[in-house]
Design a protein around this ligand. Structure first.
Ligand code: ATP
Ligand code: MG
Length: 392
């Protein structure tokens, strides 16, 4: 019996004249994913994308899990395909559905007929298939109000499809449909989550990571690249641009008031990220900042760093509690890597009394003790790229 996946999309349906553009993008994304799991045909019709294996060597489970990570898809059904006649539909239901009913007490069948020429209407299809399953799957019974499982029969343009309910997809919009953003990626919990959340809204991700070798280690960098790899299972290929802040930090320590270290460093980060974003044609910066989480994330502190760029800064975690961010990091599989204890450039040379209500003119006065533009250019000149292939 041939199995296929029927992918349903959400917001894209609302895109009117642009719907096709979004659908094509989603098909391309699914084709890229499918390449790892065998020879699949990806097509679309009637607001559904079909993923069909072309031979028996396809890894169906692998493809299913990967498709569930593709943004833009709200639900996926794993269905058996059959000819469009009641004999085939009943036989397919009898052979395919009982495995899903094991241990269940109640079910119902829903019929759906997008081919209005089909010989039975939706209600008749549901009744006949329900009767067939009752006779072969005792002691299960029908409960139309609160069934434990809903069996669906969809009679579509060319074939009929029988399945035992659909699974939740990743939601959101296809990656690439909403521009490219530069993610400031640290080794922490928040920034990988921020990258995931913006990718979910269709943003393609480039990443920039600041290190401070030898104060930060080789392994701290490896950890960040691993985090990018984990996010790439959702977001696709990610370039991680690595920038050294070692010289800048050493100069800050030599010349500036310790209380301002973190703020000044973050201003350098924003200024460098701004320039890098323009170079890589990114329309926005993305950070994992959350209001009030640490001294550098009070409203005043954010203001002092935000003014280093004219680009929009997306901070999807800004209104979230740490616990909520942690929950997402568990869901996307980054948590265990994020909590590995390696130093970050923000955690070396940290002030004992960081300013939580900084005044811009005082920060600027400290900053003027160093040749800001020169140091930024020097850091950018040493920037190098690590390409992370999507872990589809
Ligand atoms: P995370 O926020 O990722 O859990 P963190 O809490 O250690 O890491 P914060 O000090 O909260 O980092 O930094 C706030 C944000 O600044 C991060 O979410 C990230 O976007 C950016 N950032 C911090 N350190 C770095 C770094 N070394 N490289 C790139 N971006 C960084
Ligand atoms: Mg943080």
């Amino acid at each position: 019996m041939k199995e296929v996946f029927l992918c349903k999309y959400g917001e894209i349906v609302l895109k009117g004249a642009n719907k096709r553009y979004f659908e094509d993008m989603l098909c391309r994304e699914l084709r890229r994913r499918a390449a790892n799991y065998g020879d699949f045909e990806i097509s679309r019709a009637q607001s559904t994308i079909y993923i069909e294996p072309k031979d028996e060597f396809c890894d169906m489970d692998g493809m299913f899990e990967s498709a569930r990570k593709a943004f833009g898809i709200v639900a996926i059904a794993r269905a058996a395909v059959c000819e469009k006649n009641m004999d085939s539909i009943l036989q397919t239901a009898r052979e395919y559905i009982p495995q899903f009913l094991v241990g269940k007490r109640t079910f119902k069948v829903e019929g759906k007929r997008s081919d209005k020429m089909f010989c039975k209407n939706s209600m008749e299809i549901a009744m006949e298939v329900g009767g067939e399953l009752l006779s072969c799957c005792q002691p299960i019974r029908v409960d139309v109000h609160h069934p434990e499982i809903v069996v669906k029969v969809e009679v579509r343009e060319h074939y009929a499809y029988v399945h035992a309910g659909q699974f939740k997809g990743a939601g959101g919009m296809p990656v690439g449909s909403n521009g490219t953003g530069l993610l400031l990626l640290s080794g922490g919990i928040d920034s990988p989550v921020a990258g995931y959340m913006m990718a979910k809204r269709g943003v393609r991700i480039e990443a920039i990571h600041f290190e401070s070798f030898p104060y930060t280690s080789e392994r701290a960098r490896e950890k960040v690249l691993e985090l990018a790899g984990l996010v790439s299972a959702y977001a696709g290929d990610i370039n991680v641009h690595v920038v050294s802040l070692t010289h800048i930090q050493e100069e800050l320590v030599k010349s500036c008031d310790e209380d301002y270290f973190t703020l000044l460093l973050r201003r350098y980060m924003m200024a460098i990220a701004d320039k890098a974003a323009r170079k890589f044609k990114c329309g926005a910066l993305i950070t994992g900042e959350s209001l009030g989480q640490v001294a550098s994330q009070t409203m005043e502190a954010l203001n002092v760093t935000n003014c280093m760029t004219d680009l929009p800064v997306f901070r999807p975690c800004i209104g979230m509690d740490k616990e909520e961010i942690v929950q997402i990091s568990h869901k996307i599989g980054t948590f265990e890597t994020s909590i590995q204890p390696f130093e970050d450039c923000c955690t070396v040379f940290t002030p004992k009394h960081p300013r939580t209500r900084p005044e811009l003119y005082k920060v600027e006065r400290e900053e003027q003790k160093l040749p800001f533009d020169e140091l930024v250019e020097e850091a950018l000149a040493g920037m190098y790229r690590v390409q992370i292939k999507a872990r589809y």
